[in-house]
Design a protein around this ligand. Sequence first.
Ligand SMILES: Nc1ncnc2c1ncn2[C@@H]1O[C@H](COP(=O)(O)OP(=O)(O)OP(=O)(O)O)[C@@H](O)[C@H]1O
Ligand SMILES: [Mg+2]
Length: 443
Amino acid sequence: MHFSDLGLPTIVAKAIETAGYDTPTPVQAEAIPAAIAGRDLLVSAQTGSGKTAAFLLPALTRVSERSKGSGNGPRVLVLTPTRELAQQVEKNALVYGEGMRFLRTVTLVGGASFGFQTRALSRPVDIIVATPGRLMDHMRSGRIDFSRLEMLVLDEADRMLDMGFIEDIETIVAATPAERQTLLFSATLDGIVGKMAERMTRDPQRIEIERKEESGNIEEHLLYADDNNHKNRLLDAILKESNFDQAVVFTATKIGSEEIADKLCDMGYSAACLHGDMPQSWRNRTLNDLRRGRIKILVATDVAARGIDVPGIGLVVNYDLPKQAEDYVHRIGRTGRAGRSGVAITIAESREFHRVRRIEQYLKRQLAEAVIQGMEPTRRPPKGRRPQGAGAGARDGQRRGGYGDRKPGSGYAGKSGGYGDRRGSSGPRQGGHGGERRAPRAE
Ligand SMILES: Nc1ncnc2c1ncn2[C@@H]1O[C@H](COP(=O)(O)OP(=O)(O)OP(=O)(O)O)[C@@H](O)[C@H]1O
Ligand SMILES: [Mg+2]
């Protein structure tokens, strides 16, 4: 399958070639022709598998033709859970729409000036990429005309619902023309996402590209720690021993991300934190610096867990466990994108073994437990209550990978004994999750 088989207009096909894409990814090969044919889609596919182009290329295909409607309103609306993701999607739209001189895109996100956004909305716009909160603000002041909207895209729909945006989304959808095309991308298509999808799509085609057996390009390890002090020493060792261009360290709290970033800076790393309480201008600068390679280590909360695409990220460290099991998949998915390889190391305190178990249940496979020599945990998850799964039955000693055996810079790909040893079978990425709700949070 080639991009030329997908029915894209020449102008878009050329931009794709310039972007260096040879062949469509599986999700693109399925979604693009169906979307161009006008179908509503419900899509779920692995992290880093090119879902953005899967909705933007059909969107640009529409925009490349003259609008049948009149007015200045958007022809395509893309909703995303975070400001950073909205900005990234707009950037991608400009890359894929490079040859389209008339193309006008606007990003509407919180933390940015209303004045600029309002001015942008007073002229004709093709694509709006927005977070639900700020879009609603503009809608309330009557600045958005959806009368010529042709396509609505929800990226990371499950995350938007998790963040409490369901009512906003329902209001936004109700304000758009009923005959629009709807493309919904989500980690899960079950539970409340599925219910919402039913209400907002017509005869949708479901596209579920499951994570391959032996996911291959992300090498995962689990390290147990006794306490915070031990965690810090482990993080230190991981960063010293690992061979990576750039890394993301995920923390559970905003303050935690600041403290660790400060510590890493003191140690001489070019590190910075990213969390939702920072002024948007800092958030933007931080992510731009990461993209440009000026920042080597990003210490972030889950605000950076979804969608963020920085090819240089070769290492993800879960300094704290994610609150929700599915966030694990998204966090580690910041590495190993577009077929590249990456390493993901998760640190858990011994008393958190049940949370590890929950992640493993979600993954339907066991995480390979490793130790760093000289930094073994003194407390281990209680015997017999350790995660049981596909790999269960291996004796204690055998389950531990030889993390510390590696020479610095030797790479991770299973070179040292036991290190690359993966037990358990990779299951599909979707567990039965989907019913949980959380209180609304800021984007
Ligand atoms: N057909 C292709 N060939 C090569 N690279 C591609 C192709 N399609 C997308 N990419 C690249 O793959 C990377 C990941 O794409 P994208 O961010 O769209 O993934 P995603 O599926 O949305 O991931 P996530 O689930 O994390 O949001 C990007 O750097 C993009 O440029
Ligand atoms: Mg994405």
